[in-house]
Write a protein that binds this ligand. Structure first.
Ligand SMILES: [Zn+2]
Length: 238
């Protein structure tokens, strides 16, 4: 293979390497995963908030149970201490029982309210728990897919790096130095090939006088317009 063909192949490899490095650095899957992790944190915070709300309501319900027990105890005490033959005491008992009955009504009303609240919280918790489980599965699957994709790209990069080193080492020293310098100067597109009388990168048609000079240059020269490495004898498979 001619030197020019080798330079073009090396450039092709370097461009593919750059594309792979950029693809690895900017994998959309990674950004999507970061977004999902933030959403997951929010779901876990919602879960904690619901748990705290449930604890609060359960504490209120326990307190209502205590108050109900107290009322029932008071009813028993009032009934026991009343002398049923004493009219005034019987009247007082009726008043006391009336007050306690109202308290029990109030407790029952509050309990209905709190029980509804608790049902609502439990319903939300069940929904959230199922949702979080599904979400976790999707994050695991996405993470695995992203990791597989990343490691495939990494393997390709490592193989290309090894190949590039071998190709670079196989070039004559002056050619590899020239290529490396031109690659920096032209940001990757260091080598162009002559197609008819048109270089493949700058696309400036060469004059007949320049063409005569190139013909004497034996395969690898410099483009008179853009000063890239110009390959005039590239083999067809590139
Ligand atoms: Zn050019």
């Amino acid at each position: 293979m001619s030197l020019g063909t080798n330079l073009l192949k090396l450039q092709e490899l370097d461009l593919a390497l750059e594309r792979d490095r950029a693809a690895l650095a900017e994998m959309p899957e990674i950004a999507e995963l970061a977004r999902k992790r933030r959403a997951y944190q929010k779901l876990k915070a919602d879960e904690t908030r619901l748990f705290a709300q449930r604890k609060d309501v359960e504490a209120i319900l326990a307190e209502l149970d205590g108050r109900e027990q107290d009322c029932n105890d008071d009813i028993g005490i009032a009934q026991r201490r009343t002398d049923s033959s004493n009219y005034r005491e019987v009247q007082q008992l009726e008043v006391d029982l009336g007050i306690l009955a109202k308290q029990l009504d109030k407790i029952a009303f509050e309990r209905r309210e709190q029980t509804e609240k608790l049902d609502e919280i439990v319903r939300k918790q069940e929904y959230l728990t199922a949702y979080i489980a599904k979400f976790e599965k999707s994050v695991v699957a996405d993470t695995r897919a992203a990791r597989d994709k990343a490691s495939a790209i990494k393997e390709r990069i490592e193989a290309a790096e090894r190949k590039r080193e071998a190709m670079l080492a196989a070039l004559p020293a002056d050619a590899s130095e020239r290529y490396t310098a031109a690659r920096t100067r032209f940001r990757g597109l260091a080598v162009e090939r002559l197609e008819g009388n048109v270089p493949s990168v700058c696309r400036m048609a060469l004059q007949e006088s320049s063409m005569d000079e190139l013909r004497r240059a034996e395969g690898v020269t410099e483009c008179p317009y853009c000063h890239r490495i110009l390959v005039t004898d590239a083999e067809d498979e590139i």
